[in-house]
Design a protein around this ligand. Sequence first.
Ligand code: FES
Length: 93
Amino acid sequence: MDEKTIVCRCEEVTLGTIKDTVQHYNCSPREVKLRTRAGMGYCGGRTCRNVINQVVEEINKKPITDEVQLSYRSPVRPVTLGVLGGVTHDNEG
Ligand code: FES
């Protein structure tokens, strides 16, 4: 991968941006997320989390502890109030 490789497809964050952020701020994966939005996208970090963790580990040269790993989020999907209320198309009208 080169510096222009997109690591977080949802937020279009490159490997170079993540590396620069970790080197400049000496930060954890969670801080990378807050500073770059990598991991905050539609997939909830499922696609990019492992790469971000790996980059942070490699640059900081120490394993990531549980409290600074990226948290898991549910994927975002729009749901209507009718669906939440149990309304189906048959009894809407
Ligand atoms: S790829 Fe990073 S949040 Fe989806």
